[in-house]
Each structure stands twice: as structure tokens, then as C-alpha cells.
Design a protein around this ligand. Sequence first.
Ligand SMILES: Cc1cc2nc3c(=O)[nH]c(=O)nc-3n(C[C@H](O)[C@H](O)[C@H](O)COP(=O)(O)O)c2cc1C
Length: 187
Amino acid sequence: MTKIIGITGSLRSGSFNTALLRAAKELVPHNAALEIATLKGIPLYDGDLETAEGVPSAVITLQEHIAAADGLLLATPEYNNSMPGVFKNALDWLSRPPSETARIFGNRPVAVIGATPGGFGTVLSQNAWLPVLRTLGTRPWFGGRLLVSRAHQVFNESGEMTDAAVRKQLEDFLIGFVEFIQAGNQS
Ligand SMILES: Cc1cc2nc3c(=O)[nH]c(=O)nc-3n(C[C@H](O)[C@H](O)[C@H](O)COP(=O)(O)O)c2cc1C
């Protein structure tokens, strides 16, 4: 069973990106499972806090979930044409201490998806993640793209994905990502 951890980059209860991951959990191929993680409880990165108390427990918990997963799926909102600060802050903590970065992220298959009520589907936010993913030494999957625009028309008020075309795009994206992970695991 291929294990994927999906992290939502939004803390909002009505988040479209969290809703996107919930849909992904439902649509992931049968030989894979997707667990959804949030950024709740992760403080602002502060080097003094790290020196005094070490890496916070919420970060360590998430690090261990990532380390135990075969793949990482980031569902990123777009803020001001880039990734949200809370999401980048979380990845910054997750990369600490530097001696742990390779264990958590090194060669780990990663894919990025995102949803926005706007018209460009988080394309700039997804692009903004690329140098971060490279720096962390991940193995990004570029075989598919999922840019969910007009998200308020894709999900209903309960956060369920009601757009059949986007469901199919998400399903195909997940098939491709799982195949990529499994191909890497065999080599
Ligand atoms: C500070 C801020 C900046 C934003 N900038 C963008 C943007 O550049 N592009 C975009 O498509 N949406 C932008 N939005 C709208 C977000 O896409 C929208 O709030 C979305 O619902 C956030 O994701 P979520 O639903 O998962 O919380 C911005 C929202 C905020 C709060």
C-alpha cells in the first residue's frame, strides 16, 4: 500500500485546499492511501525558541508522518502570487534541524496541487514552491498539473467536490503520482 501524506496549506475551516485533499483521499487509487495533515499547532519559526526548546512537538509529529510516508502532496493556496506564509513557515520548521532534512525530505516524491476562487488556479503559488522543493532535496513529480480555479464553483457549501471534470483531473493526477512513487520504490 502506497502511503501519501497530504498537507493543506490553509488553516481555514472552510478551506478549498483542505476540501481538495478530502476529495483526493476519496479518489486516490485503491493501492494507495492518503492521510490529511494540517498546520495547526505549528508556531512561527523562531531561532531563539529552537535553541531554547528544540523543534516543537507539533513539528516533530508532522516530520515523523512525512518520514513514514512514500509521498508528500502539498495542497497550496495562493497569497499575493506566492505560497502562504503559514505554509512556508511550516516547511521551514519541518526542515529543522538541518541534520534531519535529508531524512524527512531527501528523495521523497512530492506533488503540488492547489485551489483558488480566482482564475489562475494557484499557478504562481505552485511555481513558488519549486525552489523550496529543490533545496529540500525532494523528488518532485512534474508529470501532471492540477490547477483548480473558480473553486467556489467546484465545491458545494459542504466542501464536497461537485465538478465532474475536476474530479476526473484529480483522479488522473493521483494515478500518475502514485505510479511515479511506485516506480521509484522499485528502482
Ligand atoms: C492575503 C491573501 C492574498 C491572496 N492572494 C491571492 C492570489 O494572489 N491569487 C489568488 O488566486 N488568490 C488569492 N487570494 C485568495 C485565496 O485564493 C482564497 O482566499 C482561497 O480561498 C485561499 O485558500 P483556502 O480556501 O484553502 O483557504 C488571496 C487571499 C489572501 C487572504
